[in-house]
Design a protein around this ligand. Structure first.
Ligand code: 2YC
Length: 274
């Protein structure tokens, strides 16, 4: 799991409108609407009835400057009544629960979760990111049913994205720099794996990139759509000129889908932690 840096997320609190215009150009919808739809919630769902607390966690490599504040800004943009706790770690968690927070967001070096205190269930950032980028790819291509889709990266996010895209009816191929990882996920999901990443990229119009990969525009097909959570994120000029859409951000998409999916536990009264 790639650890974010303060530098990488410094624009998150203010980049909401820019991200929405990129997402809207690709899908015709804004992020909030997509995150509600994917969580099975109505577009007019009022998320302001939910309170959220973001707890900075100092374990392991410690706090990332601006991380909790970025999560807080993302949740506020969704209409959730959010705040960052004044304390960190366990004291911060006790402050969150004593304040009656419905949703508690916290991340150590291994996991980032949205915990629904009412339903006692959580949504991980791995799942929120996988769902978010898969749903954006689906909505960018007027649906992926029967379409060839490439997933790059067979880790936590890539394997979950592949499952979600398969369940959307896509013809999914997965690839990874470690071929055995792709083969394992492929056999588990009943999809194809491809060991030659570059030839796989050159053969697909719909790509979900969940790896810190960067591939040259010279191997891409004109009009390709790339939904890419991978960090670090780099595409050359030819890639930007060829692609119909390249959708990326370091934190907001995954967090927004975590938020709607964790709220959905309360609204829909069903679902399991994931
Ligand atoms: O500021 C804090 O509370 C830190 N404990 C946060 C550490 C987050 C580490 N994880 C990451 O940088 C990202 C996640 C957002 C998802 C994958 N890696």
């Amino acid at each position: 799991m790639t650890r974010l840096t303060s530098e990488y997320i410094k624009d998150v609190p203010t980049h909401g409108a820019d991200l929405d215009s990129t997402i809207e150009a690709a899908t015709g919808r804004k992020l909030r609407q997509l995150a509600l739809e994917a969580a099975g919630l109505d577009d007019d769902t009022d998320l302001s009835v939910f309170t959220a607390a973001v707890v900075p966690i100092t374990s392991g490599l410690g706090v990332i400057g601006g991380f909790a504040q970025s999560i807080d800004a993302i949740l506020t943009r969704l209409g959730i009544d959010s705040h960052v706790t004044s304390d960190t770690d366990v004291k911060g968690f006790s402050e969150a629960t004593l304040s009656g927070a419905d949703l508690v967001f916290m991340a150590d070096d291994k996991m980032f979760v949205a915990y629904n205190t009412r339903e006692r269930k959580f949504i991980s950032n791995h799942y929120g990111t996988a769902l978010g980028y898969a749903y954006i790819l689906c909505r960018s291509s007027e649906g992926v049913r029967g379409k060839k889709v490439l997933v790059i990266g067979a880790g936590f996010v890539g394997s979950r994205s592949a499952r979600i895209l398969r369940d959307y009816g896509a013809d999914v191929t997965i690839t990874d720099i470690i071929p055995e990882k792709a083969d394992m996920v492929a056999s588990e999901l009943g999809i194809r794996s491809e060991h030659d990443v570059e030839s796989a990229v050159s053969e697909h119009m719909y790509i979900l990139n969940a790896a810190p990969a960067s591939f040259p525009g010279s191997i891409m097909r004109p009009g390709v759509i790339i939904s890419t959570s991978g960090v670090p994120h780099y595409f050359d000029e030819e890639a930007w000129s060829k692609a119909r859409a390249i959708v990326h951000d370091p934190l907001e998409i995954g967090t927004a889908f975590m938020a709607t999916c964790s709220a959905a536990f309360s609204i829909r009264g069903e679902g399991e932690s994931r």
